[in-house]
Design a protein. Structure first.
Length: 258
């Protein structure tokens, strides 16, 4: 098992990529804390993953709230005794609006979750990693995986969503540099078109933005299943990737090359 006994926190774990990652981590022997807002869905996930080989516990939280980000990390340490990996996956889409037409309230909501929530969770996790220390040079002191998007570098959504993910890419690389000597790694995954329910949280599409986005969607490869992301996350969470730091893995079927 590639993740045996590693303690991993996964946000946005109730559906889509987050749920698939949590399930896959458990199959690889990890101790997983699945975090999301919907307790009933998390309870279903816990029941489905019962029997190992890893274990899964749940925590209800809104990752757009700084206090919830801190509490979920504290709960993981209280439950499992330590923290090894943080996977920041929770996020929402925008309405594809361009810079001249975005909604102010939507701007705040998207950045609170997609960007500021990630940053607050990283801050708390890094404090825990540093307090735990490092056993030897071949084992991470801590490991962060940020789920970004090709929207951070490509125009497949509105200006707000794309900006929120570009910020995640930047803080991923910055954190990798800042904490390299302490043995904390930070990498990202930038998915392209993945089958998830994130689109159900989208408001009505902005007319101008939707037209421009559709120009690019017309050339997109077929949508991938969520396990394409989960399998990459297993590699980044494992010791196999210990020499990878500050990288953003693009998993888009070649969309960015078109």
């Amino acid at each position: 098992m590639r993740l045996e006994n590693k303690v991993i926190v996964v946000t946005g774990a109730s559906a889509g990529m987050g749920r698939c990652m949590a399930e896959t981590f458990v199959r690889e022997g990890a101790k997983v804390l699945a975090v999301a807002r919907r307790k009933e869905v998390l309870e279903e996930l816990k029941a489905e993953t019962a029997g190992g080989p890893g274990v899964l516990e749940i925590f209800t939280a809104d990752c757009s709230r700084p206090e919830d980000c801190g509490k979920m990390i504290d709960f993981a340490v209280e439950t499992f005794g330590r923290l090894d990996v943080l996977v920041n996956n929770a996020g929402i889409m925008d309405d594809s609006a361009p810079a001249g037409e975005f909604d102010e309230s939507r701007l705040q909501k998207i950045f609170d979750l997609n960007t500021f929530g990630v940053l607050h969770a990283m801050k708390k996790a890094i404090q825990v990693f540093l307090a735990q220390g490092r056993e030897d040079d071949d084992v991470d002191c801590g490991n962060i995986i940020n789920i970004s998007s090709i929207g951070g570098r490509h125009h497949i959504a509105g200006v707000v969503y794309c900006a929120s993910k570009a910020a995640v890419d930047s803080m991923t690389r910055n954190t990798a540099h800042m904490y390299m000597e302490e043995g904390i790694r930070c990498n990202g995954i930038a998915p392209g078109g993945i089958i998830t329910d994130i689109f159900t949280s989208m408001p009505e599409t902005n007319e101008k933005g939707g037209e421009k986005v559709n120009e690019l969607v017309a050339f997109a490869p077929p949508l991938a299943e969520a396990d394409a992301i989960a399998n990459a996350a297993v590699y980044l969470a494992s010791n196999e990737s210990r020499y990878m730091n500050g990288q953003i893995l693009t998993l888009d079927g070649g969309w960015m090359n078109l």
